[in-house]
Design a protein around this ligand. Structure first.
Ligand SMILES: NC(=O)c1ccc[n+]([C@@H]2O[C@H](COP(=O)([O-])OP(=O)(O)OC[C@H]3O[C@@H](n4cnc5c(N)ncnc54)[C@H](O)[C@@H]3O)[C@@H](O)[C@H]2O)c1
Length: 254
């Protein structure tokens, strides 16, 4: 298969559904071999089958990003299967929204473990292959919530933390031909935003309409909107773009 990413191998965390799935599909459509991990086995198997039916070369494995050993094993298996890891997208994420006074230790820790520890685990695991190969593209999925969002003290802290993490990787790894950048989505229609609607007790359509009212381009985001921005950073020709955060939110903020 030819395309912008032909000959490249992409590794995507949380690639079974939502934004992660959109990213996996984009890389596959543009010629990459794609490996993805996810905690959700049912969604993982379904997405794997869908992609293989379309003729794409994919590797997938159930793994928890918060568990360093599981991530290292999955990265090694993907490397053994495909011969390199050129692109990493740290996308796996969860929300545990609550106002500060109601936020539990577990709400806080779970979000830190998945977003921050998870991105650390996967980046550390892939860097050795990328450094050896003197090539790499690391893209971390942040959020407009990094700028602050009611009920998301944990998530906002993690997503802002990911931006600092991104810039530090950019500084440390640039000399090896590895760039690190971040995509910060606004409101995107996925299971995660469906969960938010359910938690606050309104139909998903109503949450979409309320969000769209504040989005300058007048529509909500779709996974492919994020996949497009990820693909820009992942492009070989983006080698001078390093340590940046791009907000993909239909306007300057959500
Ligand atoms: N949907 C939005 O509006 C939005 C906005 C900004 C940022 N984001 C971020 O985009 C990313 C994807 O979100 P989404 O909306 O597609 O959510 P989603 O819930 O639809 O998908 C997240 C995927 O990550 C997987 N996952 C969760 N915890 C994991 C773990 N510990 N190990 C491995 N996989 C795990 C889930 O099983 C799921 O497949 C997240 O980082 C999220 O914070 C989403």
């Amino acid at each position: 298969m030819t395309g912008r990413f032909s000959g490249r191998v992409a590794f995507v965390t949380g690639g079974s559904r939502g934004i992660g799935k959109g990213i996996v599909e984009r890389f596959a459509e543009e010629g990459a071999k794609v490996a993805f991990i996810d905690l959700n086995e049912e969604a993982l198997v379904q997405t794997t089958n869908e992609l293989r039916e379309k003729g794409y070369d994919v590797f997938s494995k159930v793994a928890n990003v918060a568990d360093a050993e599981q991530v290292e094993n999955a990265v090694k298996e993907a490397y053994d299967a495909f011969g390199s890891i050129d692109i990493l997208v740290n996308n796996a994420g969860v929300i545990r929204d609550n106002l500060l006074f109601k936020m539990t230790d577990t709400d806080w820790q779970t979000v830190m473990d998945v977003h921050l520890k998870g991105s650390f685990n996967a980046s550390r695991a892939v860097q050795k292959y990328m450094v050896e190969n003197k090539y790499g593209r690391i893209i971390n999925i942040s959020s407009t919530s990094a700028l602050g969002n009611r009920g998301q003290a944990n998530y906002a802290a993690a997503k802002a933390g990911l931006q600092g993490f991104t810039k530090t990787l950019a500084i440390e790894l640039g000399k090896y031909g590895i760039t690190a950048n971040s995509v910060a989505p606004g409101f995107i229609e996925t299971e995660m935003t469906k969960e938010t609607a359910a938690r606050i007790g309104i139909p998903f359509e109503q949450l979409i309409q309320a969000s769209v009212a504040n989005i300058p381009v007048g529509r909500s985001g779709k996974p492919e909107d994020i996949a497009n921005a990820v693909a820009f950073f992942a492009d070989e020709r983006s080698s001078f773009v390093n340590g940046q955060v791009i907000y993909v939110a239909g306007g300057p903020k959500n």
